[in-house]
Write a protein that binds this ligand. Structure first.
Ligand code: ATP
Ligand code: MG
Length: 444
């Protein structure tokens, strides 16, 4: 039988010793039954919030959401979220139940949960599985508790949660649940962007994200409407086997599961439909599309309320994804310096994925990318000078040479570029001499 953390069981025992019902519920039961290590513990109890505090007073308790009946009990460092059994009322705003009603019925508490595999309860006395959760785990499917349309109309975030769960566990969606997921994405307009964003990022970083995004474009397009024109968009180009959306999802599958990289892959060609042109031979081209993609991606990322660092990284990768690679020491040094080490390797990874995702034979660009990456690793091993901070001359030297205002930064950056490329050594005498020459040229 499943192994749960004994500290979580101690919390259940405390509650039971005080005369309440108490069970583990939700993701930890699901993961435990799958033989995976639960990453967080949720417990449900008939005890009211005050009674939870009293029964668990030997542990540190944090009143996480007392109005909703949630207390976090810390048992020797393990946080267990303990929530009073709840029955949910009607959802007139599709977002919040009109009232949260506590109940003493475990059955009612399980009925309000989203999916059968998330609606099981476990205690030392055994498993409570009222909706066929175990069977759905066996057949590896995500199925709503109750009528899928109604459940998604109550809270449309559930449809993204369902897709995320399927992508995370590599499950399928039960046919009725799948149909409702295709019908209900417009209901997401009632859900806060922060909630949508958190689930969507988890979805696209999950192992089976590619399959799910291809099967449920309606949901993706609701979250990122800019992708709408990409779905089914025929590129009319012999280098591209897939439509723009399929190509983008295949690129996403081929990059590491890091939010910035996955988002960049998903959005890198979003500017293709508006940049499309046909030449005399009837071949499709997308001149200048990376810039258009970056502009559209920015709108999408701002709406998704992504943090600035992630947004800026995605935009950089999208805007540069067509940068031609030259596997030379100079090129690698220049771009390592311009982008920074992390962004450089992410760009190389995106470019490799982009090439793979065309679905046509390799054309030599892959090889150039691999060589550039190998060179970059070699360059980094030589402790190169890639930033102004590492340059052995600085602004004071530039001023001493007679440079003023914006010329200082401009000249220093030009010198840094040559040092990074390996065409100039990072040596004071050499750089001071070059500085004199450049300052003189400025004056003339
Ligand atoms: P994970 O922790 O891996 O994200 P989880 O299933 O534990 O998965 P939580 O967000 O921690 O997800 O939610 C805990 C439980 O609460 C779920 O298993 C489910 O039973 C219930 N739940 C969460 N969100 C909803 C929702 N929007 N509608 C109905 N039930 C929900
Ligand atoms: Mg959880």
């Amino acid at each position: 039988m499943t192994q749960f953390d004994p500290r979580a069981l101690r919390v259940l025992e405390r509650l039971k010793a005080a005369g309440h019902q108490a069970v583990l519920v939700g993701g930890c039961v699901r993961d435990g039954l799958l033989g995976l290590a639960p990453h967080d513990y949720d417990a449900a109890t008939s005890a009211l919030p005050r009674e939870i505090l009293s029964a668990c007073r030997e542990f540190r308790c944090v009143e996480t959401g007392i109005a909703h009946g949630t207390v976090t009990v810390l048992c020797e460092g393990l946080p267990v979220e303990v929530t009073t059994f709840r029955r949910e009322g009607t959802y007139s705003d599709h977002r919040h139940p009109d009232q949260v009603a506590f109940t003493t019925s475990l059955e009612e508490d399980l009925k309000r949960r989203d999916f059968t595999i998330n609606a099981m309860a476990w205690g030392p006395e055994g498993l409570t599985d009222l909706f066929g959760g175990q069977e759905d785990l066996r057949t590896r499917q995500v199925r709503c508790v109750g009528c899928p349309d109604l459940r998604f109309q109550e809270d449309a975030l559930r449809l993204l949660r369902g897709l995320r769960l399927a992508a995370q566990l590599d499950f399928s969606l039960h046919p009725d649940t799948a149909d409702a997921i295709r019908r209900n994405p417009p209901q997401l307009s009632h859900v806060a962007w922060e909630r949508i964003s958190a689930e969507f990022v988890r979805l696209i970083c999950s192992p089976a994200a590619g399959r799910i995004l291809l099967d449920f474009p309606e949901a993706t397009v609701q979250v990122i409407p800019e992708l709408g024109p990409c779905v089914g968009f025929d590129q009319r180009n012999p280098h591209h086997r897939y439509d723009v959306y399929t190509h983008s999802v295949r690129a996403l599958e081929a990059v590491s599961p890091i939010p910035a990289l996955r988002l960049a892959a998903l959005l890198h060609d979003v500017g293709k439909p508006p940049s499309f042109s046909l030449d005399g031979q009837g071949v499709g081209h997308f001149y200048g599309h990376p810039k258009v993609s970056a502009r559209l991606a920015e709108d999408a990322l701002l709406r998704l309320r992504l943090d600035n660092h992630t947004r800026e990284r995605v935009l950089l990768l999208v805007a540069r994804h067509d940068l031609p690679v030259e596997p030379t020491r100079q090129w690698v040094g220049r771009w390592l310096s311009r982008l920074g080490e992390e962004a450089f390797f992410q760009l190389m990874e995106l470019k490799a994925a982009d090439g793979l995702a065309c679905g046509t034979p390799a054309d030599g660009r892959e090889q150039a990318g691999k060589e550039a990456e190998a060179l970059a690793r070699q360059v980094l091993g030589e402790r190169p000078c890639l930033t102004l901070k590492e340059l052995v001359i600085n602004g004071r030297d530039a001023m001493a040479a007679g440079l003023k205002g914006p010329d200082i930064g401009q000249v220093l950056r030009a010198l840094l570029e040559q040092v990074a490329e390996g065409t100039l050594p990072n040596e004071r005498s050499v750089l001071l001499q070059r500085l004199e020459q450049l300052a003189k040229a400025k004056k003339d």
